[in-house]
Ligand binder design. Structure first.
Ligand SMILES: Nc1nc2c([nH]c(=O)n2[C@H]2C[C@H](O)[C@@H](COP(=O)(O)OP(=O)(O)OP(=O)(O)O)O2)c(=O)[nH]1
Length: 138
């Protein structure tokens, strides 16, 4: 029988690139979470049966209490962490309603694209940042 033990599916993750007044929203992962203390684009794991768009809207409600409109796919990233692989789908989003609350994040910050590298952002997000800097270079 074939050995498929090294063919584990990556964890599917959705991430929101929310652009508002020329700035991008970053959120800080709580210290007690896996990869805690790093900045990231808000989002999370896509659950079974969910579309990435639906998952994003759910995660943003759960983490920040905001409603967003999900737009185009900006970037897809595959990355291997020590604990396993992730496939991240990053969508351009716009903020529809709500006031940001820190329900499941430690902090948030609106950052100009050229300043994103000043933040300790999860390493898997580097291709998303490059794409953003190319797209919105001044
Ligand atoms: N949300 C988000 N996750 C990212 C980004 N970059 C990156 O490597 N990840 C990784 C970190 C986590 O291992 C995984 C997302 O899982 P998570 O733990 O945030 O998801 P979740 O909110 O569903 O968490 P939980 O139910 O397990 O608490 O993807 C990013 O920009 N945003």
């Amino acid at each position: 029988m074939a050995d498929n033990s090294n063919m584990k599916q990556p964890v599917h993750v959705c991430a929101a690139v929310i652009r508002h007044q020329q700035k991008i929203l970053l959120t800080l992962r709580p210290e007690d979470k896996k990869l805690g203390g790093f900045w990231e684009f808000p989002g999370g794991k896509i659950e079974a049966g969910e579309s990435p768009q639906y998952a994003l809207q759910r995660e943003l409600r759960e983490e920040l209490d905001i409603e967003v409109t999900v737009g185009a796919l900006l970037e897809t990233v595959y990355h291997s962490y020590a604990w396993g692989d992730v496939k991240i789908l990053a969508y351009l989003c716009s903020w529809k309603s709500g006031v940001i609350k820190h329900l499941e994040v430690s902090d948030h910050s609106w950052v100009a694209p050229e300043n994103l590298l000043d933040y300790d952002i999860l390493v898997a997000d580097q291709p998303i940042i490059r794409k953003l800097q190319e797209t919105y270079a001044n």
